[in-house]
Ligand binder design. Structure first.
Ligand SMILES: Nc1ncnc2c1ncn2[C@@H]1O[C@H](COP(=O)(O)OP(=O)(O)O)[C@@H](O)[C@H]1O
Ligand SMILES: CC(=O)N[C@@H](CCC(=O)OP(=O)(O)O)C(=O)O
Length: 308
């Protein structure tokens, strides 16, 4: 970079660059006003948090949102990190419809990785970026009450519906926003691990997309941002779909354009918008400042799903 001793051309180029940055900041003003005092729930997926530099950028973005008067609430995943720990401990793990079958030994590891290391890493990154974050799991302050997830599957030969036992996989039954409202008023950024508490004190492993959707619905969030490791929802030709209505999303699942891990993600977005969240966006967490791009520019960063 040219300093004061650079050539005239260098200084002119630098000035043009800063003017461009000032223009971008100024253009963000109407968006900042639109989202001021609003809650934005950000689901930070395990794949999206792979890179240290990107994790730092994500933390700065959360601090910036708070600084301009928005209320960011982070719900994180950690699937790949749980997987690595289970492999180190030689514990076998299977998935049904993208959900980890969770026995007693596994739920202990899931809780340790999510509420322990990952949660504290994100809290620490936000603190490093100048923010004030507090880590929670769904067990704190009755935040996420859960029950055992019931899943059934129809056997194609006998046509009999079978109950699948996923162990300690939970689904949220109630989210109590009391503790989050308290944090909002105290300018704290909550960072939530997707662990739920059952009626008898059991610990439940909740898919992080599902947990984020339930938190967004309970808070009446203006946006649910789902950071993942693809551009967004892709069509049959592999092109990004920038906006989908609930009807189009349902159709894409039925037609098989949306498969695997994208199904629970899209279903969570649909449920969230049906529960009062204004819009949900599936966006590429590998793109630096993806949340800022989505909220503060006319160039959304992924696929927006809204009620209609
Ligand atoms: N139509 C689609 N558009 C984009 N991704 C899709 C689509 N259908 C299936 N997928 C798969 O869904 C994956 C995202 O879900 P998942 O791996 O569960 O994300 P995360 O770990 O971030 O929660 C993508 O990596 C892709 O393989
Ligand atoms: C029930 C279930 O599958 N829980 C997930 C929780 C973490 C998660 O969802 O993390 P990502 O968002 O990074 O995938 C798991 O055990 O992997």
């Amino acid at each position: 970079m040219a300093g004061h001793d650079g050539t005239m051309e260098d200084r002119e180029a630098l000035r043009a660059l800063w003017l461009e940055k000032a223009k971008t900041l100024s253009e963000a003003l109407p968006y900042m006003r639109r989202f001021a005092k609003e809650t934005v729930v950000v689901k930070y997926g395990g794949h999206a948090m792979g890179d240290a530099a990107l994790a730092g950028t994500f933390a700065r973005d959360m601090v910036l949102l708070k600084q301009v008067g928005i209320n960011p609430v982070v719900v994180h995943g950690g699937g790949p990190q749980i997987q690595r720990m289970l492999e180190r401990l030689k514990i076998q793990s299977d998935f049904v419809d993208g959900l980890r079958v969770t026995d007693e030994a596994t739920v202990d590891i899931v809780e340790m990785v999510l509420s322990g290391s990952i949660n504290k890493e994100i809290v620490s990154a936000i603190t490093q970026a100048g923010g004030f974050a507090i880590g929670l799991s769904g067990k704190d302050g009755h935040l996420i009450r859960a029950t055992k997830l019931r899943r059934t599957r129809r056997d194609p030969d006998s046509n009999i519906e079978k109950i699948l036992d996923l162990g300690f996989v939970g689904e949220p039954t109630q989210v109590t926003p009391h503790v989050l409202n308290f944090f909002e008023n105290a300018d704290v950024i909550p960072v939530i691990a997707p662990i739920g508490q059952g009626p008898n004190g059991e610990t439940f492993n909740i898919n992080a997309d599902t947990a984020a959707g339930a938190v967004a619905a309970a808070l009446g969030a203006r946006r649910l941002l789902m950071l993942t490791d693809v551009k967004g929802v892709l069509d049959a030709d592999g092109d990004l779909i920038e906006e989908m209505t609930a009807g189009e999303a349902h159709r894409a699942v039925l037609e098989g354009t949306i498969t695997g891990g994208m199904i629970p993600k899209v279903e969570t977005c649909l449920k969230a918008v049906e529960s009062g969240v204004e819009a949900a966006v599936i966006l590429d967490g590998r793109v630096p400042h993806a949340c800022l791009l989505e909220l503060f520019t006319p160039h959304g960063a992924g696929t927006l799903i809204r009620r209609l």
